[in-house]
Design a protein. Sequence first.
Length: 243
Amino acid sequence: MAGGQGPVVGKLESQIYCIKYTLFCFNVVLWLFGVSVFALCLWICFEPGFNEWMRILELQKYFIGIYIMLIASLGIMVVAFLGCGSALMENVTLLYGYIGSQLALFVFGLIGACVVLDFSTYDSSIQPLIRNVIVRLINNPQHDGSREILRMVQEGIGCCGADGPMDYINLNKPLPSECRDSVTGNAYFHGCVDEMTWYLEGKTGWLAGIVLASCMVSIINAVMSLVLIQAVKKEEDEAIVYK
């Protein structure tokens, strides 16, 4: 009986070694994801001019998801670092805590990604907000501030009205020069609602993608941690039996 112990124990040790270093590598990947998300969130929050645009257009709700992701990215970096240590130490208590934190980060990251996508994609909650602001600006041409904001948006993005040039016609307003292409002289076909949404999609698409990938890695890490716990417990039980 004792003679068969060596191969069994050796195989189990090899499995534990493989699992914990695979988990270590996945935690390194997760940490890199966290750094990437943190950097992208800071870039979006502090990009020159962008924050001012969102404030002027009263679209601050867009940043709710960004802030959630920013907090989640900090959590990802801390938990990934601790996960590396708990895996290498083969500490069951720390591994259970790590599993719980991974599940929490999964939920938190998923919420952040959903909120960001709901306020930055086509046919999302951001479009009615943009439409209301643009229509209100068109209806107040006598106000210098409204006229300047509308000019800045339409020139900067290359759009006309909320949903197109027909907005000015329907509201009995003259078509401003910034609504026309400076080369062809034709009015821009797309409205500012669509153009602004596509612009936001381009900014946050990669961010949401990385966060969702991080959520997937978190689940993989949680499963591998559970497998590692079972393997460590089995090793401890066998050590007691053959002691």
